[in-house]
Design a protein around this ligand. Sequence first.
Ligand code: ADP
Ligand code: MG
Length: 294
Amino acid sequence: ATPTALLVGTGRGAQLGIVVKGPEVLEQTRIVDTVVLDKTGTVTTGRMSLTGVVPGDGEDAAEVLRVAGALEDASEHPIARAVADAARARATQLPTVSDFANVAGSGVRGTVAGHPVLVGRPDLLAEHGMPLPDDLVAALRDARRTGTAVAVGWDGRARGVLAVADTVKDTSAEAVARLRGLGLRPVLLTGDNADVARSVAAEVGIDADDVVADVLPAGKVDAIRTLQHEGRTVAMVGDGVNDAAALAQADLGIALGTGTDVAIEASDLTLVRGDLRVAADAIRLARRTLRIIK
Ligand code: ADP
Ligand code: MG
């Protein structure tokens, strides 16, 4: 390989808003044929807003939101921001939190005003002995038609369901079209539920068969490995803590500069502006650079 051409490629990348970890990274892009896209914060804006609060039987909606908001206030997850902002807008003061912990790709836990609280995927609550009662299962189903449903529980009982919704970035459909134009097969990968995942996929032009939903961070790694075992060479684009391991597993890891530091560290390329269309530019640039070298 001619180092000069690779360096020129790297310099051109910088102009496009692509930070390349090292010139040798570009060589890995040569045979990428599949591009796996994280949903939340990558294909969607990740700017979620609260669209509903459903308290369980005998519970108070304002309290469900206040408790969840207090806990989510300590998290940077887009869902957490939506919940905490809505709670702060409605309550003068949020209760105090201790022992806060993130459960990657699942939710948050901690002690709120002395009570152990969990907020996150309904599965997470069920695993901790707080399955949703029937009325909340129905609320969950409703919320999932339009967005993401998050369960809230404390003192060993599920207390309510919060609905949050996100919007697809206006550049995502074009980005998917450009990736297809390069002969790449786009796959949507998400920890979110299958209904939301399928509707986002339809909106941006990803086939329903190429949607992998409801996966934990380890499941994201498995999804990449499965594609690799099928003989595919995989690029992955992601932004979150929950994407870091999958970005490292991919043949080419592409982080959004708007994402978390761990995702950026695990990746080969970073798209400074968080515009997914630049992922296609990056792959095209790398291919062109390599053609010059060959
Ligand atoms: P994606 O894979 O699309 O980026 P995540 O892995 O970040 O999504 O989240 C997967 C699911 O985990 C969310 O849909 C939500 O149900 C739950 N979750 C993750 N973090 C939180 C949080 N801080 N609060 C509530 N729910 C969360
Ligand atoms: Mg994400």
